[in-house]
Design a protein around this ligand. Structure first.
Ligand code: T4K
Length: 371
């Protein structure tokens, strides 16, 4: 790394011009409404539901609490089938609800739960499936729903990466009983920290709204041991501003994806997973797989990039099932999860974010090519 070069991280939050945020701050200072379902919160719920093409959306203070609450909304208990190839928040949300995760292997092309392996993991205690649209790439939603319908299971999608993804012409977030989004700083659409639950009807939204506000249903009535997971007015105001810029931010991600794809396609041992079919993708991540034909191991390449100031990341290595609180579960055995193990050992997510410059992309590619 030359002294003039700045480090390049796997992502960088999109921040609109500060001057555009000042009027929102002035409004908050004037109104003194800081939280508890203020006007920006209400406006963002409506505008996001419109933008995403969903019926109802409830904002959260972060994606993890959205997941924890989604499980409570549907009163999920017992065992839930899920993926080991995800961020720990997915499975932690199950433990926070006293639910036992049952891990099922992923599909080698989608990196998401393989529906063909789900049925064998269903027991009399199974109540739901919690798949993850990893990297924003759609799960096999049709086959997952078929299994859920056959066995009377609920489906809660961890859609933390899937902001704005359209599948077969409509929002991917319309699938399943509920979907939980993350608006963390590292996500395509961010509110610093933040999240949401997408649901299909007003009755469910009312239950979600109550549960994220201590269980209050009206001024004097508590209907459940709810939590405090409300999005505040600063976050919501930032979300409203961010929404004005989101299309061009995703367009730039698409250009970066295309550049990487073109430049990396001819390198033996470097595989760029094909873009998901029938999908308008959000280009949340740019994973590549490093196989044996490449002269360096995945970790050697990652270290080499680091030495030159490029901070790619091994999302999601280690697998969730390799952490101490999960590895004792029978379904966490490596022999049950061969594809997940292989992908976790090969994957490297390259930097992708709207402000990433073409010269930086060229530099990253040349480091990968020069072995
Ligand atoms: N489900 C799934 C599938 C998820 O991936 C996540 C979160 C959740 C649920 C839970 O949603 P939240 O409760 O977080 O809303 C990050 C994020 O903290 C986490 O939100 C995310 N998934 C996960 C995949 O990645 P780290 O530990 O990799 O983040 P960190 O701090 O190393 O950030 C990565 C890079 O981004 C940094 O090297 C620099 C850049 N960065 C980061 C932050 C936070 C910035 O430039 N500015 C920033 O403010 O976990």
């Amino acid at each position: 790394m030359k002294p003039s070069e700045k480090p390049i991280y796997v992502t960088q939050p999109y921040l609109p011009p500060l001057s555009e945020f000042i009027p929102y701050l002035e409004n908050i200072w004037e109104s003194k409404r800081l939280t508890n379902g203020g006007p920006f919160h209400e406006e963002l719920e409506k505008k996001l539901a419109d933008y995403l093409g969903v019926d109802h959306l409830s904002l959260f203070t972060n994606g993890t609490l959205a997941l924890v609450t989604a499980l409570q909304v549907l009163r999920i208990t017992g065992e839930v089938i899920t993926t080991p190839f995800t961020f720990v928040a997915t499975t932690h949300s199950l433990l926070w609800n006293g639910i036992k995760p049952v891990f099922v292997d992923i599909h080698p092309e989608t990196f998401n739960l393989d529906p063909e392996k789900i049925e064998a993991a269903i027991t009399p205690h199974t109540t739901a499936i919690m798949p993850v649209h990893v990297y924003g790439r759609p799960c096999d939603v049709e086959n997952i729903q078929k299994i859920a319908d056959t066995y009377g299971l609920k489906v809660i999608y961890d859609a933390a990466h899937a902001f704005g993804v359209k599948y077969k012409g409509e929002s991917l977030l319309r699938h399943g009983d509920l979907s939980a989004l993350s608006f963390h700083a590292t996500k395509v659409f961010n509110t610093f920290e933040g999240g949401a639950i997408i649901c299909p009807d007003a009755k469910t939204k009312k239950r979600i709204d109550d549960l994220k506000n201590f269980g209050y249903s009206g001024e004097d009535n508590i209907i459940a041991p709810g939590i405090n997971a409300k999005m505040n007015e600063l976050q919501a105001a930032f979300g409203l501003l961010q929404l004005k810029h989101i299309d061009k931010a995703i367009d730039r991600r698409r250009e970066i994806d295309a550049q990487y794809r073109e430049k990396l396609s001819s390198i033996p041992g470097v595989k760029c997973p094909t873009l998901p079919a029938d999908t308008i993708y959000n280009h949340a991540y740019f994973p590549i797989l490093i196989s044996k034909e490449y002269p360096l191991s995945r970790d050697e390449l990652n270290n080499k990039l680091r030495q030159q100031g490029i901070f790619s990341r091994r999302y999601f290595y280690p697998l969730v099932t390799q952490f101490s609180m999960y590895r004792g579960l029978p379904s966490a055995a490596p022999s049950n999860l061969p594809i997940s193990m292989e992908v976790a050992d090969q994957v490297l997510c390259l930097p992708i974010y709207p402000a990433l410059e073409n010269e930086s992309i060229a530099r990253i590619v040349s480091i990968i090519m020069e072995n």
